[in-house]
Ligand binder design. Structure first.
Ligand SMILES: [Zn+2]
Ligand SMILES: [Zn+2]
Length: 341
């Protein structure tokens, strides 16, 4: 299955093989910050500015640059949407509310002229992964072709449900763009230009598929949403290749370690589990996302700090064995984060 894309300014210049941009990192529900919280944070920021000895406008940027994510900017409120670009392809994974700003950006290119060829892959159809669909502007522009992909067979049914009254005023038949449905086969690669995407099963209450994305010798594993109840190589079995020889893993960290114990079967993991897998499989870089909508940025920062302690303790364990400690560079995702491979 092959789909060629024309040369387009969207594709990557230079030697970068893959660029990953996180347009939505929140799980479950878009989570804007309440005005009172913004007010409180602004109060603390201003106090911190003067406490640090800064005094004038010229110091503002230096001060903000030095703040951790949870003190300024935060982790983001839009739900799951990830853009992958390679030298000759652009692919989107999931249509959470993060796809809305991505759509606006795409309107500056071929999509705005009605010449866009969009490739949108779905992991599953929980609300937080489809809620942005009716607000993805390229879908309304005549001439655009929107290719949509899923392993699940309900793909067209999902589109018919989303684009119908009383949920949305424009029915599917009246969308400007042409929608083409593609059924993926488990563990069989789909080629888009110079990018290959292979679906592997994740562990979630409804069937959910992760993707192994390869281009130019670089590999990204997209593992969201998952509780990752199968951890060992034996348990993972046919889905183990999702985690092997990977340059960047994007992993579900909705909960803290304690919460995963309380929320068994809720379908999400904690960062500690992703760290374990990354250390075992020698995955060099991990980004954790699907942050809990119930967690304020300060709480997510706390979960990140707990995960740092956990990682340190695991390093000590390996050190005691005398084996070489695998290097894992990881961080919690924030909206707009871009990673080049
Ligand atoms: Zn989700
Ligand atoms: Zn889900």
């Amino acid at each position: 299955m092959m789909s060629e894309q024309p040369e387009n300014t969207l594709f990557l210049p230079g030697k970068t093989a893959l660029r990953v941009k996180l347009w939505g990192t929140r799980g479950s529900l878009p989570s804007p910050r309440a005005p009172e919280l913004i007010r409180q944070e602004t109060r603390e920021l201003l106090a911190g500015f003067f406490d640090a000895g800064y005094a004038g406008k010229a110091d503002v940027e230096t001060y903000l640059e030095g703040l951790p994510c949870h003190r300024f900017g935060g982790y983001g409120g839009n739900t799951a949407c990830i853009e992958m670009r390679s030298q000759r392809a652009q692919v989107i994974i999931d249509a959470g509310s993060g796809i809305r700003p991505l759509g606006y950006e795409m309107m500056n290119g071929a999509c705005g002229r009605g010449e866009g060829e969009v490739h949108l892959f779905f992991t599953h159809f929980h609300w937080d992964h489809i809620v942005g669909l009716p607000f993805f502007v390229p879908i309304f522009i005549p001439g655009n072709r929107i290719h949509v992909y899923s392993v699940q067979s309900e793909l067209e049914e999902v589109f018919r449900t989303v684009f119908q009254k009383p949920y949305f005023p424009v029915p599917l038949e009246q969308l400007g763009a042409t929608i083409e449905y593609h059924k993926l086969e488990p563990r069989l690669p789909q080629v888009i230009g110079d990018m290959t995407l292979t679906p592997y099963a994740l562990d979630h209450p409804d069937p959910c598929w992760g993707y192994r994305i390869e281009s130019g010798g670089k590999v990204v594993a997209h593992c969201v949403d998952t509780e990752c109840t199968r951890v060992s190589r034996e348990q993972l079995g046919v889905d183990l290749p999702l985690y092997q020889n990977v340059d960047l893993m994007i992993f579900d960290a909705q909960y803290t370690l304690m919460e995963t114990i309380e929320k068994v079967n809720w379908g999400h993991a904690a960062a500690s589990l992703g760290i374990d897998i990354a250390m075992r499989e020698q995955i060099r870089r991990v980004v954790f996302m699907h942050h809990d909508p119930a967690s304020a940025d300060a709480k997510i920062a706390e979960a990140e700090a707990q995960a740092r302690l956990y990682h340190k303790s695991q390093i000590k364990v390996v050190n005691r064995t005398g084996l070489q400690v695998p290097q894992v560079d990881w961080s919690f995702a924030h909206e707009g984060m871009t990673i080049d491979l």
